[in-house]
Design a protein around this ligand. Sequence first.
Ligand SMILES: Cc1cc2nc3c(=O)[nH]c(=O)nc-3n(C[C@H](O)[C@H](O)[C@H](O)COP(=O)(O)OP(=O)(O)OC[C@H]3O[C@@H](n4cnc5c(N)ncnc54)[C@H](O)[C@@H]3O)c2cc1C
Length: 532
Amino acid sequence: MDELTSNRVGVIGAGLGGLAAACTLAARGYQVVVFERRTALGGKAAVLSEAGYQFDMGPTILTLPGMLRRIFAAASRQLNDYVDLVRLDPQWRSFFADGSTLDLLADTAGMTRELDRFAAATAPAVPSMAAGYSRFLQLSQRMHDVSNRYFFSRPVDSLVDMFQAGSLFQPSTLGDVLALRPGRTVAGTVRSQVRDPRVAQMLDHFTQYVGSAPDQSPAVLCGIAHMQTSEGVWYPRGGIGVVPRALECLARDLGVEFQTNVEVREIVTAGGAVRGVMTDDGRRVPLAAVVSNADAVRTHRELLRSTPAARAFERRRTYEPACSGVVLYLGLDRRYEHLLHHNFVFSRDAEVEFDDIYRRGRPAADPTCYVCAPAATDSDVAPPGGEALYVLVHTPYLRPGDDWRAMFPEYRRTILRKLADDAGLVDLERRIVFEQALTPQDIHDRYRVLNGAIYGLSSHGRFVGAFKPGNRSRRLRGLYLAGGAAHPGPGMPLVLLSGWLAAEALDQDAVARPEDRRAERSAAISSDVVPA
Ligand SMILES: Cc1cc2nc3c(=O)[nH]c(=O)nc-3n(C[C@H](O)[C@H](O)[C@H](O)COP(=O)(O)OP(=O)(O)OC[C@H]3O[C@@H](n4cnc5c(N)ncnc54)[C@H](O)[C@@H]3O)c2cc1C
């Protein structure tokens, strides 16, 4: 390998995971080049600005800002100098089909009062709703703590990896394993503590952050509840698009080179190691290592094709996509005062809904709608008095024969009817002055994901559902994975962490030589990776 090659590392894709990896590597002195097939950086964290309205096209709920802070701190920067974060509390408003509403509050004492109010108004016969919630949160906290120590701190891809075989049967480790309730599901764990079906439906919904069914996902995902309530829900002033812009700014500051409108067609390998990439404009770019932020499965199937690494990846397990979704971006000439910034309008029967989406592979007839109404927090997103309403409904991942061009008009009607019936948005259709939508097919085409999946790979499987492909390739030296379809999974904070873990693994392996140490090299990730 020549001098030029040995110092340069590539990142395929400028989603949040790719940007986090690029910043972390550049902060450690590596010469980094990012290839992005689109013009805009940020991947799914895209922005739509039209007719005086501004919509975040993908993620809207920002949790665990500590992860973002850590990436800036590793480069000796302060996140606050780049992003103005506003805390949202209540975190969500839940609308149930019986007409009741319940707000999710960060603070347990406040939530106890809210649940007492909810119980008194709607279910006086159900005993101790608040006590059940608080027991659930204690369980959730313990799971989060164990996950922090074993799961979030390393680029693991299996249970054995996670607990390191040798220590698995030591009493303290065994206690940690049992705290994760192996073999139990999220749905079962929630219902073992919370008897009210509406509160259970609300808590189940944390598994929608990873696009998976609560009755097929491992209990450990109950830890998400504590992560959110303890660290809060945040809105970056100016919209989520501020996050990739801030990361881009940091990356450029650290000397990262961006090549946009450039698609990587192949990862070039020789002798069991990465040697570079081939781009769609016919260039062979020599590189010492590559972090792929493209979908992990498509990286192997399309960029590594019939290499031994690709074959080994397929043999290791089967890969089921997480759910997809339909998003409506509705520019309105009014606001709805009864909506909070984040709202869930729940289905009448969650079992039927999840059965449709996750087992039968068809859009739910009565779906849960997530509604984001940001104008009260940030009046710049819409003309005066208006609203940039965002509605997301989860759907199955794309199956052969799905034709969303034909399916969309009827499903749009289903969604608008649901919002009128169960969230009081009766005049919604008349108040639309701008409209655009994203279907599963659009998500598939725009972001090059697996079968239109929003959140990478599903978390289904009672024992191993939480595990995704690890950040360090087992078979190909110099290949690292970052993004929603890699460890530790999807969602903004976790993909940022995945970029960090991929960069950390690359650095540990010494597959390339950093030029200098521009920032203090950060210590290996400690147990507070996802702060408790
Ligand atoms: C509608 C929607 C709502 C969501 N809501 C939330 C939410 O509220 N909160 C939350 O935390 N998360 C949410 N998410 C999930 C979150 O957006 C994702 O988990 C995260 O942004 C994915 O980041 P990533 O690093 O995997 O990269 P991606 O965003 O998938 O980006 C990958 C990039 O790689 C590029 N690429 C792919 N292949 C190539 C190639 N061969 N050559 C060059 N470039 C390539 C793509 O163009 C893309 O820019 C939502 C997602 C969507 C779509």
